[in-house]
Design a protein around this ligand. Structure first.
Ligand code: SF4
Length: 341
């Protein structure tokens, strides 16, 4: 019986610090069924001119204080559809602080039906480096039932247009939307993985007060995913994405702004990310043990996974014990390699 050794498939994290600039609903053609950017960001809609002024002052203060450098990220709206001249003005501001060393990279979020080759090439020339697309799903029925206004082909085309522009691509998926059926999210995760974006975010659908989805839920026309299903689906989706080298930079909405007090239903948990990552790691270990064909008695685990091996609040301890790997069988080591023996 030989030891088995393996490494974790997750790509290394990025080293840059992100400076988020929230533009809630700015440029959006309409408010989507599920979206509550104002509650997620804790910011109401504000005039772009006042956001611009505040940002300029804050960047200048950071520069004078010698802070940074930062990756500037315009989130919360549809950046590529902002009214003229705002994309150019925001990018011009970023370029000014880039020349002074405070900003290293600029990214934005937008919709897959609000990008095309000519627009992307113009924005790139103005200083944009990366585009995160709120794809949500590649499934036509889900996109239709969720009123997104585009189909799966458009979603894929948008992703490819960003890649062909030479900018970095981010894909955001929103599992559990109206129109969902078993298996669709795993197919969405596989399609996203095949596109090999630089990053992905997975935001399971929540029912947030004040959204049209909340009205559907109240009338019994929509049921969100359970937390257990969400953990299992996200863990498998995570494995698909890691498999093609995609960094998954967010699992579930962060508890920012006034979000928590406005969630009416849905799979929200403050430690969802840790729980999902732990479950994905369990799958990796289980597969290795099954392939090895022996019952293990000990495992060396890289120290950086100490906080997630047994999941949130030790929820996976019994599952590891069933594999023969109780807490006493695990040793944390200064290595990047897992060894099971
Ligand atoms: S989901 Fe995106 S496009 Fe829709 S309202 Fe929210 S920010 Fe705008």
């Amino acid at each position: 019986m030989a030891d088995i050794s393996f490494t974790h498939p997750e790509p290394p994290p990025a080293s840059s610090r992100v400076w988020p600039v929230f533009l809630p609903f700015a440029g959006c053609p309409y408010r989507c069924l599920f979206c509550a950017q104002d509650k997620q960001t804790g910011q109401g809609t504000a005039e772009l001119a006042s956001i611009f002024r505040d940002l300029e002052l804050d960047l200048e203060q950071a520069r004078v204080a010698g802070r940074g450098p930062y990756e500037l990220a315009f989130y919360g709206g549809t950046f590529t559809a902002l009214p003229v001249p705002w994309p150019e003005r925001f990018l011009g501001l970023a370029v000014r602080f880039r020349e002074q060393g405070l900003v290293t990279r600029v990214r934005c979020s937008t919709r897959p039906d609000c990008v095309d080759a000519a627009l992307l090439s113009r924005l790139k020339a103005q200083g944009l480096d990366m585009v995160e697309l709120g794809v949500q799903s590649f499934d036509d029925a889900i996109l239709r039932a969720s009123g997104r206004g585009y189909d799966g082909v458009t979603a894929r085309r948008g992703c490819m247009a960003v890649q062909e522009s030479g900018m970095g691509l981010g894909i955001q998926l929103l599992p559990g939307l109206p129109g969902d059926r078993p298996g669709v999210f795993q197919e969405d995760a596989r399609l996203a993985a095949a596109l090999k974006p630089e990053v992905a975010r997975l935001y399971p659908c929540l029912v947030i007060r004040g959204t049209p989805l909340a009205a559907m839920w109240e009338q019994g026309d929509y049921a969100p995913w359970t937390l257990d299903r969400t953990r299992e689906e996200l863990a498998l989706g995570l494995l698909s994405l890691w498999d093609t080298g995609v960094r998954v930079i967010r699992l579930g909405l962060p508890p920012e702004g006034t979000l928590a007090e406005h969630i009416l239903a849905g799979p929200w948990h403050p430690a969802l990310g840790q729980s999902v990552r732990g479950l994905a790691l369990l799958e990796i270990v289980r597969t290795q043990v099954e392939n090895a064909g022996f019952t293990p008695t000990a495992m060396d685990v890289p120290r950086r996974y100490q906080g997630e091996l047994f999941g949130h609040a030790n929820e996976l301890a019994e599952k590891y014990a069933a594999l023969g790997l109780g807490a006493g069988a695990v040793r944390y080591v200064d290595s990047t390699v897992f060894t099971v023996r």
